[in-house]
Structure formats: C-alpha cells, structure tokens
Design a binder for this molecule. Structure first.
Ligand SMILES: Nc1nc2c(c(=O)[nH]1)N[C@H]1C(S)=C(S)[C@@H](COP(=O)(O)OP(=O)(O)OC[C@H]3O[C@@H](n4cnc5c(=O)[nH]c(N)nc54)[C@H](O)[C@@H]3O)O[C@H]1N2
Ligand SMILES: Nc1nc2c(c(=O)[nH]1)N[C@H]1C(S)=C(S)[C@@H](COP(=O)(O)OP(=O)(O)OC[C@H]3O[C@@H](n4cnc5c(=O)[nH]c(N)nc54)[C@H](O)[C@@H]3O)O[C@H]1N2
Ligand code: SF4
Ligand SMILES: [Mo]
Length: 697
C-alpha cells in the first residue's frame, strides 16, 4: 500500500530484486478499498526509495549555514551522542527544556504509531508540538466534546449518499482527508450515476468544484456564519430530526436564532436563498452529509465550523445512517479499545503566550516564541520527527532562525531539508518499502471497513534502522542517563515488534486475524459502514450534548466579527496540487516536471486594479513577512482572494535535496501569521491572511 496520503491505496509493484529497485507501480484492482486506484505520487514511491539524496545512515553537521558539511556516523555513536546531549539539557535546564515537533508522516508509519508515543513520554517535556495544530485540531476538539473521544470522528458514507456538501476541501487534489477515500473521482461518478448531487463551497473554483453540480464562492474565514445559518434554517423550518441520544436541541435553537441566512449572506458572500435551499436539500435528500476539511479547520473559526458541521449531520435525519455521517469500525480499533486517550485540554499552558495545552500538546504557533524568549522554561534543544515546520508552520522563516540558535537539535528524517539542516544530528529511519505496514490511523476514517497487512518489500541494509528501533534505542538511553527507569509496560512495548502489537490489536476486536491478513495481501473486506450509535459513544452518559459550553462560548466572537463590514483588501488562501505532498517529494523529476505550480493565483480584475499583468513578478506582504514570486491571472479565484501553495521555498544552504533545490517558489508560511489562531483549539488560522500585492523588484 501507499502511505503518502490518507487514501492508503493498495498497489502492485514490479521489483528488480537484484538491483533492489521498483520498476513498475500500478493500482491493485483486487484491493477492496482502493479498487485499482493510484495517483502520480504513488507511482513515485520507487523514486523515494532510490533517491540518492535520501539519508540511510546518521549524519552530524560540522560548520554552519553555507559552510555546513555533513559527516556520517555509526548508529551507536550517533544514538549515544543524542542521548547525552538531550539528557544533559534536561538535567541542567529542567524537563521542559527539550521541545519536540511531530510531523505528518508519523501518522503514516506503523512503527512510529506503536513506539513513538513512548519516546515522546521519555522526553518528559510539556513543550510538545505537532502538525495537528496546523491541521485538524478543531475536528479533535469537537469530537472530544460531542462523542467523548478526540479521534471518534464520523466520515461521509460517500458510497451511499445522495447529497454531498463539501466545505473547504479539495479531494480531487488531496485524495481526501479525515475521509479515507481512494479513487475519489470514480466515487463521484458513481454518486452522479445514482442521481446524487455534490455541492462545493470554496473561495476557489477547485478541481473538486469543477466536477460538482454546484459551486459557490465563500469569503475565507466566514463559513461559520453560513453553516450556523443552515442550522438555523434546519431548526426554524422544522426539518431537524434529532436522534434519541442527542441533548440540547432547545438551547441550540436559541443560540442559532440570530444567525439567519440574511445575517450571514453579506458577510460570507453566499446568497441567503442559496443557504436556505442547501439546508432544505440536506434534510430532504434520501441521504445527505456535510463534510468540511482544511479550509474550515485551519481557519479563524475552525472549531465553530466543525461544530456546526457536526450538528448539521446529527440533525439532518441522516445521522449514523447509510449515506450520512458514520463512524468506521477499524479492525485494529485503538480508539474503541481505549489504547489512545480520549483527549485533554488546558492541563498546562505555554510560558510566553499562555496558550492552552490541547490533546497533550501546545499549539505549533507558539513554538518559535518558546525557543526564542529567554527565561526559565525556555526550550534549549529540539527533537523533530518527520516534519518540516520551517515550511509548514506560520512564520516558518522566523522559526528557522530560532532553530539555528538552539544548544542542540536532532531530527529523525530521511532528508536534509529546510528544517533538518539546523539539526546537529539527523537519524534517518527506513522508509515505506523497507518496513512492514498496517495502517493504524486511516482505516479509522475510511469510507469502507477493510484491513490490510503490507510486509516490507525490500530487506533494509544491516546499517539501517526502523523508526521504532530508533525510538526504543533513544528512550532506553535517556532513561539510563537520567536514572529514571522506564515503566515496565513502556519498556515491554518498546522492545516489541510492531507486528506483534498489530496482531494483539486485531485480536482485540476479532473483526479479522493476522493470519487472514497474511493470506490476503490485497486486503480483507469487512463491508460497508454500519450504524454504531449510541454504543460507540465514549461520553460519560453515552449521549451527545449538542451545546458544550467550551464550544458555544465562542459564538460572541463570531457575532462581533460579523458586525464588522468585510474589508476590501486582499486575503491569502492556500492550495494543494495532486502532485505535491506537503513540503517533500519535490526532488523527483516525475512529480516536478511540467508547468510550474508555485505561482500566486489572482483574479484578473484584482490584477488590473493594481496595474499588474499575468506572469509579472510580484511582492506579497503580510503583517509578518514578504515574498517575491510570479503571479498568474485566474478567474477561478474569488475576487479579493489570492492563493499560494504551501510546501514550496526550497534551496536553503545546508539542505541536500538535489532536484528540489531547483524547484522555484516561495514559502507561503513566511506570510502566515502566528498571532492568527482559532482560540478554542489553538489551531493556526492559515487561511484568509490579509496581504498586499505590489509589483516586484
Ligand atoms: N500555509 C499552509 N501551511 C500548512 C498547510 C496548509 O494547507 N497551508 N497544511 C498543513 C498540514 S495539513 C500539514 S499535515 C502540515 C505538514 O507539515 P509537516 O509534517 O511539518 O511537513 P511535511 O512536509 O509533511 O514534512 C514531512 C517530513 O517527513 C519526512 N519523512 C517522510 N517520510 C518519513 C518517514 O517515514 N520517517 C521520518 N522520520 N520522516 C519522514 C520528509 O522528509 C519531510 O521532511 O503542513 C501544514 N502547513
Ligand atoms: N496532492 C496532495 N494531497 C494531499 C496533501 C498534499 O500536500 N498534496 N496533503 C495531505 C494532507 S496533510 C491533508 S491535511 C489533506 C488536506 O485535504 P483537503 O482539505 O482536501 O486539502 P486542500 O486542498 O488544502 O483543501 C482545502 C480547500 O479549502 C479552501 N479554502 C481555503 N480557505 C477557505 C475558507 O475559509 N472557507 C472555505 N469554504 N474554503 C476554504 C481551499 O481553496 C481549498 O480548496 O490533503 C492530504 N493530501
Ligand atoms: S492517492 Fe494517496 S495513497 Fe493513493 S497512490 Fe496517491 S498518494 Fe498514494
Ligand atoms: Mo495534514
């Protein structure tokens, strides 16, 4: 299977065993989930494996910046050095002096899923950060309040729905997120074949909007008003059909009373009549579901948006029913078996900004200030694992400067990139084709229940290490140096092969067995999604409170924002392209040749108003930074909105990224602003950043 995105497609690889190379990649038609789908990134899996830039042995940095050289080290020497330095920092400056940042590919690694949390605990620190707070934290906060567990998140039952409302997501490019849906294009064709409809709300007429039945521009950061207005209509027009296990409808009716379609329309830019009609269509469809993702999560009102979407799905009459929002039943059910905690908030706060802990971590937007601000509790050493926060978090350029000033930094990564170039030591784990995989995360968000075990394709070299082996080695070494023995359960889990842990988890639900998976490498079909509520709820009373105080307390902030007339300046949004993978994979020709994709996109009228022309070099400036790049005229953008993709801006000194260093483009996160957050979840508000665009130099 491919682990590059959440679609987890099953593949068939053709291998040259002697050369240890992949010579062909196609989708596996026998895979019960992906049914033969593959995208251009999946085809590039072999390029990552063969990439001469990929690190296979530990390296140590000698010198700084332009003069940096990288020297290979033996594993034991590297692990000892890292443990010595981290332990010394902890002893000298206290438990919070080491910070840790976990990036996206950790969620796509079996070994990190099973062993990583133990390493993080062994680091002791409260200064934990991850890509979750530049991504899906609002979903987690809403899930914890409504369903009792931060990862008990319903997904659209896409294969049986008749009305699919997509808000701030572009699955035609992203292949779906918190909705594992390989082969989205085919599933949309099937939706249309059944006579169903797809409607998209997005400030850009995206690839998904183009295959939809209807698309409406919505002004960035205003969706909460629109979604609450739909909820208002649903309740006011008597269309709400609450399931028996739901409480708080009366209070909800009072809370949404002021949020009429007429109040929302001038602010969000979608007609009141359209908002009303969409609410009616949702309720009257034989099956219907609202789905919102990055565009309404990395958003100033991200939690209110996800809460409103959850309420719409619960009250539409399609809750937990075929074609509505349903809860997948993964064969390895880490949530149901209570292996993963339900989530927490506010147990501690950040030192500089007083931001709340959420889900065991602090918001990524406070990371740079926690490193840069002197005083007790300052972060002196960093551990980054499978992440590139210099390109992926707000004011990334400033974060890069602060990383350069650390006493010590270690990265677990397979590349020397814009972040890991600041590390003193880089420890490279094996990558997908050299390790076993079972997806412990994304089966839990899949539109169909399936299970699949994928053994390593190539044996790793003797001097390569898996991420779980690195995690175990570091955790043991730290415990030894700090004279703080690991709890027996942690030590046991760290010494186990992830494969044994998977077998244990599968036995926990009995939905399939490890033996059955070994016999069926193409995957085992466990059938369509099934109604599972209220039994699955992990709330104390196994009921859903529609109006948790922590969420509804944010409504006055929304009302105040709506009272301000929309400004007439430009706002910046992001975008994903099918052949990008966040900030990496830019060093394969296969994915980077062809038309450049890094341009600022802007409506022709907005260009003309500034005396600019298609193809010009422009300067884009926000409160926190500025960049220069080329602009393309594009009437797919809502007037007043400009777009840059994230994950670009390569070429920094000290990186070793071959082809990526020649890929043009700038980092959008040199413009995004760490002071813009959704205060309820701590998630960065990456969308709708005010910017000015002028002629470049
Ligand atoms: N402006 C803006 N910013 C965004 C977003 C946006 O839409 N707009 N999207 C956000 C989202 S949703 C996300 S998830 C984040 C992603 O942010 P990050 O997770 O910080 O960044 P990635 O680019 O995914 O970096 C992945 C890193 O992992 C390494 N890697 C790959 N495979 C492995 C492996 O198996 N093991 C290890 N140890 N390392 C590996 C790669 O070399 C790369 O350095 O970006 C966020 N940032
Ligand atoms: N090809 C590719 N696939 C990927 C990734 C990748 O980098 N490349 N990254 C993976 C990751 S880590 C993730 S989290 C997923 C994300 O998956 P998606 O959420 O589907 O990804 P995006 O393409 O960022 O879609 C966000 C959409 O929101 C719109 N938008 C921006 N602001 C607003 C707003 O205020 N309101 C509304 N209504 N819309 C808004 C944008 O125009 C964009 O179309 O994709 C995953 N898949
Ligand atoms: S859609 Fe995602 S999982 Fe499928 S081949 Fe492409 S990158 Fe891999
Ligand atoms: Mo993400």
């Amino acid at each position: 299977m491919c682990n590059l995105c959440e679609a987890i497609c099953g593949l068939v690889l053709t291998i040259d065993r002697d050369a240890r190379r992949v010579v062909g990649v196609r989708g596996n038609p026998d895979d019960p989930l992906s049914r033969g789908h593959v995208c251009p990134k999946g085809v590039a899996l072999g390029d990552v494996h063969a990439d001469p830039d990929r690190l296979r042995r530990p390296v140590r940095r000698v010198g700084e910046g332009d003069d940096a050289r990288w020297e290979e080290l033996e594993w034991d020497e590297a692990l000892d050095l890292v443990a010595d330095r981290l332990a010394a920092t902890l002893r000298e400056h206290g438990d919070d002096a080491v910070g840790v940042y976990l990036g996206n590919p950790n969620a796509h690694s079996l070994g990190f899923s099973t062993h990583g949390p133990h390493l993080v605990r062994a680091l002791r620190t409260r200064n934990r950060f991850s890509a979750s707070t530049v991504d899906q934290m609002p979903h987690q906060v809403v899930a914890r309040h409504l369903y009792g567990h931060q990862l008990l998140i319903p997904v659209p039952d896409l294969d049986r729905t008749a009305f699919f409302l997509v808000v701030g997501a572009n699955p035609m490019a992203s292949n779906g997120s918190l909705m594992t849906v390989p082969d989205f294009p085919q599933r949309v064709r099937e939706l249309h074949g059944r006579g169903g409809r797809m409607v998209v709300l997005d400030p850009r007429r995206t690839e998904t909007a183009r295959v939809a039945d209807e698309h409406h521009f919505v002004r960035p950061n205003t969706d909460a008003a629109l979604l609450l207005a739909m909820l208002h209509v649903l309740i006011a027009d008597g269309l709400a059909r609450p399931p028996a296990y739901v409480d708080g409808l009366e209070r909800l009716a009072e809370l949404v009373a002021p949020f009429t379609p007429e109040a929302a329309a001038p602010w969000c830019g979608v007609d009141a009549a359209v908002i009303r009609r969409l609410a009616h269509e949702l309720a009257q469809a034989p099956a219907g579901v609202v789905y919102g993702r990055i565009g309404v999560s990395t958003h100033a009102f991200g939690t209110l948006c996800q809460w409103a979407i959850a309420c719409l799905n619960l009250l539409s009459g399609h809750a937990d029913a075929p074609g509505g929002a349903m809860f997948p039943e993964p064969a390895a059910d880490t949530v149901g078996l209570r292996v993963l905690g339900p989530g927490t908030q506010g147990r501690w706060r950040s030192r500089v900004r007083d931001a709340e802990e959420v889900g065991g971590e602090l918001p990524a937007v406070v990371m740079a200030e926690e490193i840069a601000t002197p005083g007790e509790g300052r972060i002196r050493a960093m551990v980054t694992i499978a992440g590139n926060p210099v390109l992926s978090t707000p004011s990334g350029d400033r974060l890069g400067e602060t990383l350069a000033g650390l006493d010590f930094m270690v990265s677990l990564d397979i590349y020397l990139n814009e972040t890991t170039r600041h590390a003193d030591v880089v420890l490279p784990p094996t990558t997908l084709l050299e390790r076993d995989h079972y997806d412990l995360v994304f089966h839990g968000f899949a539109v169909r229940n399936t299970a699949r075990w994928t053994p390593a394709v190539f044996e790793p070299d003797d001097d390569q290490r898996h991420d779980w082996q690195i995690a175990a080695a570091l955790a043991h070494r730290l415990a030894e140096r700090l004279d703080a023995p690991l709890p027996a359960s942690a030590a046991g889990a760290l010494d186990a092969d992830p494969r044994d842990l998977v077998a244990m988890l599968l036995a926990g639900t009995g939905r399939t067995t490890f033996e059955e998976l070994l016999e069926h490498p193409e995957g085992v079909d466990l059938g369509p999604l099934r109604p599972t509520l209220p039994g699955r709820l992990q709330t104390a009373d196994q009921r859903i409170d529609l109006v948790p105080e922590a969420l509804v307390a944010d409504l006055p902030r929304l009302a105040a924002a709506m009272a301000e007339p929309p400004g007439d300046g430009l706002v910046l949004i992001g975008r994903r392209h099918q052949r990008d993978c966040n900030s990496w994979l830019h060093n394969t020709d296969r994915l980077t040749r062809g038309r450049p994709r890094h341009h600022l996109l802007m409506h022709p009228d907005d260009l003309a108003a500034r005396g600019l022309a298609d193809g010009d070099r422009v300067r884009v400036a926000s409160r926190v930074g500025s960049v220069e790049t080329e602009v393309s005229a594009d009437d797919a953008l809502m007037p007043g909105v400009v777009s840059l993709p994230h994950g670009y801006g390569h070429g920094a000194a000290g990186t070793r990224l071959g082809h990526a260093n020649t890929v043009p483009g700038v980092s959008v996160n040199d413009l995004t602003d760490p002071s813009l957050v959704d205060p309820v979840s701590g998630n960065a508000a990456l969308t709708g950043v005010p910017v000015e665009v002028t002629a470049g130099g």
